[in-house]
Design a protein around this ligand. Structure first.
Ligand SMILES: *Cc1c(COP(=O)(O)O)cnc(C)c1O
Length: 565
């Protein structure tokens, strides 16, 4: 790691705060899409040489490592050693947390871009000898513990993070809150810009709200009320009482409960949702706020498999700096694209053999479904009608690869994993179904390039954006998905992939029927009987989806519309 923190001091930076961040596969400080997006944000910022700095938690025990025993999920700590991948910084800051003061230290990781650009990331850590034993593990378990643990983690991230940037001597021009977890940083900014009671006259006039709003950019990721991060005030007042007047906190964060989304909305001048539909839904959930739409993207170099990288390098040079060039995917000769995909598929099937002991046939279609195992993602939709699935497979053989973790407290999600294993046993002789344990970025990269069709089947409008389908498209894998999140924008029937159900609301049974119909009448016949037609859809996915749904485009938009305003 060449760069030192001093090399980042010369200019004011945009500080990007995220509870989780997928920096590299050896650093398991992420649980899923939110963290992968944060990592891709940092990687694109480095490629584009944007003056940014990331702030996250060290999460030494990671999210968790998933083991599957008898079809059920078992969770293990996913421990990593910050000392091995990062450099400890000399600064420490203190944070009053209830009855004790907690010291926060920091590690520096440097994200390196293609053309020499670099972005520093600060990982906050309370595992310091000066801390009380009970506080040392505050930054260990991503999304772990109870409500109080979570609130304290968010205080470390938001308030501790701002203090740490100050202690390190960094100048910050904007604060970007990636989801509500970081919203408490606004309290630290309010108190920094606070007027004295004599100056202000009233409590409300003490806080310079316009100045704080001017500094903050907020990206919301949650399309349903219940999904928003909230804390009861009995808890919040105990820990936050010394940071802000309780009445003022309620003015900014809601009267009933401390709602992190509301706090962030009220104190950020620029607010956005992560896809067009998601911004609309957010405006309905929170009337009166101006919510922009910046559709998510994925980092091109990170998510293209090796064979696609060299294919694009040959035919579309500079694609990884300027992914718009992928729009010329039709210049790629069919045979070379098929060959690049065959290599990716064979890498995935080798992994399936090694990890699950199952031999899949490279000549037959593979459907992929991998995401957080939770009910709204509907991993069960494909198995709604087992007999119909078998009947389709008799005409058009198909194989299914699944992966995904359920949050340790999500009983429904864990049950889904057990059900998937039961269906896999039931289908054994008709449709090979493989569940690969421990979905992470390394496995994701194999999956999104090695299957033939990528499925996403969320209950509308719960998928704010979704990004795994974009990774698939980049590798020439068409999506067969519910038009929700990004797919509403990326879907062109038969050109970039196919829809399941309609963009309007639909029921589970209707969506399942549509999924089977699409497989039986469009997707699989094309796959087996029209190789040229299939390759054209692969090119459609690259040229019409990947050229647009990438994090370079996303960061250029944030830079121009949010950071430079
Ligand atoms: C991309 C990715 C996700 C997010 O995918 P969705 O389509 O949003 O579900 C989650 N986990 C991992 C490991 C990923 O790489």
């Amino acid at each position: 790691m060449p760069a030192t923190l001093e090399s980042f001091m010369h200019e004011a930076r945009v500080a990007y705060f995220s509870m989780e961040m997928a920096l590299r596969s050896e650093i398991p400080t992420y649980s899923g899409g939110l963290g992968v997006l944060a990592g891709d944000t940092m990687r694109s910022a480095a490629d584009l040489a944007l003056p940014m700095i990331g702030v996250t938690l060290a999460s030494r025990a990671g999210y968790f490592r998933q083991e599957i025993v008898d079809g059920g999920q078992i969770e293990h700590p996913d421990v990593w050693e910050p000392e091995r991948w990062t450099r400890r910084l000399p600064a420490k800051v203190a944070l009053p947390l209830g009855e004790r003061e907690v010291w926060i230290g920091a590690f520096l990781y440097v994200v390196e871009g293609h053309r020499g650009g670099t972005v520093p990331v600060i990982l906050l850590d309370t595992d310091l000898p000066e801390n009380h034993a009970l506080d040392r593990d505050l930054t260990h378990y991503l999304y772990g513990g109870d409500e109080a643990y979570r609130l304290k983690q968010e205080m470390v991230l938001g308030i501790g993070g701002v203090r740490m940037l100050g202690a390190l001597g960094l100048r910050i021009r904007k604060y970007h809150l990636n989801e509500g977890h970081a919203a408490l940083l606004t309290l630290e900014l309010l108190s920094r810009l606070e007027h004295s009671p004599e100056q202000a006259g009233s409590v409300a006039a003490r806080y310079d709200v316009p100045a704080v709003r001017e500094l903050c950019v907020f990206t919301t990721h949650t399309p349903v009320e219940a999904g928003h991060d909230q804390f009861p005030y009995e808890l919040a007042d105990r820990f936050l009482g010394s940071f802000i007047e309780p009445a003022e906190l309620r003015r900014f964060a809601g009267q009933e409960r401390l709602n992190m989304t509301r706090l962030a909305l009220n104190l950020s001048e620029y607010v956005n949702g992560v896809a067009g539909r998601h911004a609309e839904v957010s405006r309905r959930l929170f009337p009166g706020y101006r919510v922009h739409a910046v559709t998510n993207g994925v980092h091109p170099w990170t998510w293209a498999c090796d064979s696609m990288r060299s294919l694009f390098d040959r035919h579309l040079p500079h694609w990884c700096y300027e992914p718009e060039l992928l729009v010329r995917a039709d210049r790629i000769p069919d045979g070379e694209l098929q060959q690049a995909h065959a290599e990716a598929k064979s890498a995935l099937l080798a992994r399936v053999r090694a990890q699950a002991g199952q031999a899949l046939d490279p000549a037959l279609a593979v459907l992929g479904f991998a995401r957080r195992m939770t009910s709204y993602k509907r991993p069960d939709l494909l198995f709604t009608d087992i007999e119909r699935l078998k009947a389709i497979a008799r005409r058009y053989p198909l194989q299914i690869v699944l992966a995904g973790k359920a949050h340790p407290h999500d009983a429904g999600g864990k049950q889904l994993i057990e059900q998937l294993h039961a269906w896999a046993r039931e289908l054994r002789d008709a449709v090979p179904v493989v569940f690969l344990a421990n979905y992470n970025v390394e496995l994701a990269r194999l999956l999104v390039s090695g299957v033939d069709v990528w499925l996403n089947l969320p209950l509308r409008p719960r998928e704010a954006s979704g990004t795994s389908g974009m990774k698939a498209a980049l590798n020439g894998i068409p999506n067969l998905s519910v038009p929700d999140g990004w797919w509403i924008e990326g879907w062109e029937e038969g050109i970039t992939g196919w829809a399941v159900g309609s963009a309007a609301d639909a029921d589970n049974a209707g969506d399942a029927a549509s999924l089977y119909d699409q497989l039986e009448h469009k997707v699989l016949p094309l796959y087996y009987t029209d190789r040229g037609g299939w390759t054209a859809v692969m090119k459609g996915a690259i040229g019409r989806n990947a050229a647009y749904f990438n994090s370079h485009r996303m960061m250029r938009r944030y830079a121009v519309e949010a950071y430079l305003r």
